[in-house]
Design a binder for this molecule. Structure first.
Ligand code: XIL
Length: 545
């Protein structure tokens, strides 16, 4: 039986209280996993153990029918040399023929949504119940789809017999036994496994999710899990999967450093899954997602967008507008993956609104690409266009004097000494603030006349700091609507290294129930005494070309 647990989906999608709903969007070398000779099924991206080459021919499992037989998303993915995946609800697959039909037609990569989680596989200690999981794998095999198991180690959906009263040795033995037993059961049938899921939590003092595993075994459980997995199945690809790391920012930086360290110490990790539970109010900027995918790929990891869905409900307005905005969110994320050699493919966290887990996370929403009658939504076209490499475009800059060509005109400046001049080390003009007295000293522009309710909009700006080896720089919108608490929406945050221009970017949407008294863009963040320079700030509406 499937137990539905309620869990947060990361701060990206948290609804802002009050009358304002604000949304946010956006801003290699290919995985050197293992040599193709190790793989059981060669260099097809659908198979485990392929080596250095990016996915070229897509993406079904071995023996897939010729591309010309494919239709829809499968065909577009095959052309792009990418995998197009979906999380699969084992019960829906069993009971709903339309579900099965669409899954077979549109996807070449499947992930059991719950059936390969520990509580599903081993609800009773020492006994394994494979039938749900097996049925998903058998379906995939019958339809030339590759499979990714999900997930061996996670702090949720664990069996009740796994308890805090166990000793560290008992937890260790249980974990190792579970990994070995499960991988051996599916040996040769899975392309990949999510070995460790969501091990990082920047809100806990350690930076790690304080799960039973962390508490009993320390963070070393992460590398142990990968080593045990490799030992149990040397041919399957091993992934680290994480929530809220699709955009560059503090959490993605933490995970990047963690994986870099693990890889440097020889821990067998082949890829990273960027979950990408986004909303039409907030998804990564194109440039930011690209840069993030590239840096993970440069570590030698295969990058997957692993759990994409896009909530729609935070903005007011008709369904039609929300669904159009949703199309752009899917198109942007899929489009970036399709055009980044380091990205292997995109897995959607389901495909039919009816079965989306988002419905259990609060208000029912329409986070996926087929509606409740199984008609393709605009988001389906977004995925299709994205797979074809067509990305949303950003319209005209609504920021006044965003390139500082007219000095400080249009901007309110707070902080010591202001200078405007030729940008050092890049084209254009820079504005610099020296002798800043606090982290809130920076640049502000009132956009009340220039931003209407709606969106999504893309923000981007270049920033550079001086006076610290690195410091955070943030872009945010301060929004005030009469009768409600002021809201701050963070559009982007970046840890800027000294003396280097870096891009700060993010996408956002705006929804007002009353006309706002203030919408202010604020660029600030480094501590007092650190100089902040800005060049080329822009906000434009996103649209499908
Ligand atoms: C979710 C499933 O979709 C739900 O059916 C279940 O009740 C809870 O888990 N991140 C993950 C997935 O890695 O395993 C989660 O799946 C969604 C968030």
């Amino acid at each position: 039986m499937q137990r539905r647990l309620s869990r947060g989906i990361g701060r990206a999608g948290v609804m802002l209280a009050g009358a304002v709903a604000i949304a946010g969007c956006g801003g290699p070398k290919q995985g050197f996993g293992r040599s193709s000779t190790e793989g059981a099924s060669g260099a097809n991206p659908a198979s485990g153990g392929s080596g250095a080459a990016p996915p070229t021919a897509n993406a079904g499992a071995a023996g897939m029918s010729a591309d010309s037989d494919l239709v829809g998303l499968r065909r577009a993915a095959a052309k792009a040399g990418k995998l197009i995946g979906a999380a699969v609800d084992a019960r829906a697959l069993r009971e709903d023929p339309s579900y099965a039909e669409i899954l077979a037609r549109e996807f070449d990569y499947v992930t059991p949504e719950n059936a390969t989680k520990w509580e599903e596989l081993a609800p009773t200690s020492g006994e394994y119940a494979w039938s749900d999981a097996d049925s998903v794998v058998e379906f995939a095999e019958a339809h030339q789809q590759a499979v990714k198991g999900h997930t061996l180690v996670w702090h949720r959906q664990n069996p009740t017999w796994l308890q805090a009263s166990m000793t560290p040795d008992e937890v260790r033995a249980a974990l190792k036994g579970h990994i070995s037993h499960t991988l051996q059961h599916y040996r040769g049938r899975m392309r990949a496994w999510d070995v460790v899921n969501e091990a990082v939590d920047l809100e806990s003092p350690s930076g790690y999710t304080e799960s039973l595993f962390w508490e009993k075994l320390g963070p070393g459980y992460i590398e142990d899990a990968f080593r045990w997995a490799r030992e149990a199945d040397p041919d399957v690809l091993l992934f680290y999967n994480e929530v809220g790391v699709e955009r560059i920012g503090p959490k993605a930086d933490f995970v990047f450093e963690m994986l870099r360290d693990l890889l440097a110490r020889g821990v067998p990790i082949d890829g990273i899954g960027l979950q990408s539970h986004v909303s039409i109010h907030r998804y990564p900027a194109e440039s930011n997602l690209r840069a993030n995918i590239r840096r993970f790929a440069e570590l030698g990891l295969r990058v997957n967008i692993s759990e994409l869905d896009a909530r729609t409900l935070l903005l007011p307005g008709e369904r039609e507008g929300r669904w159009e905005a949703q199309r752009l969110a899917f198109q942007q994320v899929v489009g970036v993956c399709a055009t980044e050699p380091g990205c292997e493919g995109v897995t959607l966290w389901g495909f039919a609104d009816e079965y989306s887990w988002i419905n259990d996370e609060g208000e029912p929403d329409d986070a996926l690409i087929f509606d409740r009658g199984y008609a393709a939504k605009p988001a389906y076209d977004g995925v299709l266009d994205g797979l074809s490499g067509v990305l949303p475009v950003v319209g005209e800059n609504v920021i006044e004097n965003g390139d500082f060509g007219r000095g400080v005109e249009g901007w309110a400046v707070a902080g010591g000494e202001v200078s405007v001049g030729a940008a050092e080390g890049r084209e254009g003009t820079q504005i610099c603030l020296r002798g800043r007295g606090s982290e809130t000293d920076g640049l502000t522009q009132d956009l009340r006349e220039r931003l209407a309710s709606g969106g999504p909009f893309a923000f981007s700006g270049r920033v550079r700091i001086q006076g610290a080896s690195h410091a955070p720089v943030t872009a945010s919108l301060h929004v005030e609507v009469e009768g409600t608490e002021p809201e701050e929406l963070q559009l982007g945050i970046i840890e800027a290294p000294e003396g280097t221009w870096v891009e700060l970017a993010g996408c956002f949407g705006l929804g007002f129930t009353a006309s706002p008294m203030a919408i202010e863009l604020m660029l600030q963040g480094p501590p007092a005494g650190v100089d902040l320079c800005v060049a080329q700030a822009a906000i434009g509406a996103l649209s499908a070309p």
